[in-house]
Design a protein around this ligand. Structure first.
Ligand code: ADP
Ligand code: ADP
Length: 234
């Protein structure tokens, strides 16, 4: 069984006078340790699809099985347990601006039930993984965009996830900084064997990262291939 199995998933949003088919009959399987890219134009449905993996978005139909648990049928407790093993990285970092970097990480640790006494050491460990161990007393405004995203990565790793969902994680960054973030993610994938699902509208940024890629258009997956094939010249 694959680590993530999305089967015949559709998500529709009912607006006043129309229905938006954000995701339409999508099926895909993602294996443990894989770096899986989902690319497509803005509005293609990438974010909605990826949010079904951690239960942030409930599918209108279909099933989403993560680590053997069908989260579309899971009760609150099972859903919370599944979500704890999934880190999420955002385009705009989503840091708490009036808390220090250390406090931002502590917040995630506490939310995941990590014992308070052991938090200081864990915070240093997490920030060391992204090269920011000497920044824990800084506030987010004192960091560059790339540094903020590195904090976002450290926070996403706080509860030892086995999956990282990255929603346009490099889209707010310049190309050089984006490449730094990709290098860090690749290293995390290789060293910690964490599965990465990375959605982006910036094809060029992620071609060195992906093992496989799905191309989304109008809520549907129109192509599934290796990154090599997607970028090979015809
Ligand atoms: P992408 O991530 O590829 O940019 P999204 O998944 O964000 O695409 O959006 C897919 C479609 O669903 C878009 O038409 C978007 O406007 C719509 N959509 C997304 N979320 C909602 C929502 N909560 N309510 C209504 N429409 C939504
Ligand atoms: P970038 O070149 O990535 O845009 P910046 O010019 O924003 O980066 O920042 C360069 C360096 O200065 C970074 O190491 C950042 O942490 C530091 N820095 C930026 N703004 C502040 C600030 N207000 N207080 C302290 N350090 C800062």
């Amino acid at each position: 069984m694959s680590q993530i199995e999305i089967t015949d998933v559709s998500v529709t949003f009912d607006q006043k006078n129309r229905t938006i088919n954000a995701v339409q009959d999508v099926s895909l399987k993602i294996e443990t340790g894989e770096v899986y890219g989902i690319v497509g134009l803005s509005g293609a449905g990438k974010s909605t699809l990826v949010r079904t993996i951690n239960g942030l978005q409930k599918p209108t139909k279909g099933t989403v099985v993560v680590n053997g648990v069908d989260i579309t049928k899971a009760d609150k407790k099972a859903l919370a347990a599944s979500r704890k093993k999934i880190g999420f990285i955002f385009q705009n970092f989503n840091l708490i601006n009036n808390r220090t970097i250390g406090q931002n990480i502590a917040f995630a640790l506490t939310a995941g039930g990590y014992p308070e006494k052991k938090q200081p050491q864990k915070i240093v460990e997490l920030l060391s993984m992204v090269g920011l161990q000497d920044r824990q007393d800084n506030y987010p405004a004192q960091l560059s965009g790339g540094q903020k995203q590195r904090v976002g990565i450290a926070r996403a790793l706080a509860n030892d996830p086995d999956i990282l969902l990255c929603d346009e994680a490099t889209s707010a960054l310049d190309l050089e900084t984006a490449e730094e973030i990709i290098t860090i993610l690749k290293d995390i994938n290789e060293r910690l064997h964490i599965t990465i699902v990375f959605i982006t509208h910036q094809l060029e940024v992620a071609k060195d990262l992906f093992d496989r890629v799905a191309v989304m258009e109008n809520g549907k997956i129109v192509e599934q291939t290796t990154a090599y094939n997607l970028f090979a010249n015809p």
